[in-house]
Write a protein that binds this ligand. Sequence first.
Ligand SMILES: O=P(O)(O)OC[C@H]1O[C@H](OP(=O)(O)OP(=O)(O)O)[C@H](O)[C@@H]1O
Ligand SMILES: Nc1ncnc2[nH]cnc12
Length: 186
Amino acid sequence: MFAAENGLRGDPRLKAISDAISVVPNFPKPGIMFQDITTLVSDHKVFKHTVDIFVERYRDMGISVVAGVEARGFIFAPPIALAIGAKFVPLRKPGKLPGEVISEAYELEYGSDCLEMRVGAVKQGERALVVDDLVATGGTLSAAIRLLECVGAEVIECACVIGLPEVKGRRLLDAKPLYVLVEPRQ
Ligand SMILES: O=P(O)(O)OC[C@H]1O[C@H](OP(=O)(O)OP(=O)(O)O)[C@H](O)[C@@H]1O
Ligand SMILES: Nc1ncnc2[nH]cnc12
């Protein structure tokens, strides 16, 4: 669900976050309106607003794992993890993590990709939050959920800064709550 439908309607931080996202037409492919969060994180006040909203929501939920999705989830997940007193676990693209890993493949608009997590990084029964910058089809988050559930963790929610129209009105993603701050800018 969008934050505005969940207690933050009219919160000026949401408008500041939306305004700080740049839209780059036809990147990386013709027809894609790329939502660029590098301009958001280069404004320290708006970056802090973004992290603060997530921290306010998750600080009392008993979350022990904040799993961030490579690459842009790595920007938002660590400050949230530090603030709520949870560990940060990176979910990486294939071949980047040393040691024993588990893998989950997923479909993208064109082609497929894979996420990996280190064996032992998350224990059975842990309460996990999954963080990424953006959800479009939800394929990436679904793979992240499968990785965490594979080791017996409970996924409490998936959190993203931007939700594309594909997820508008969706409160759940693979039966897990989805929490999104803003819609894309046109
Ligand atoms: O909901 P979905 O349709 O799965 O798409 C969302 C994913 O797409 C983007 O990452 P991308 O795959 O472009 O990887 P990158 O961040 O490494 O460039 C974005 O950061 C999400 O992780
Ligand atoms: N429009 C978009 N902008 C940024 N990242 C994306 N990932 C999938 N669709 C995207």
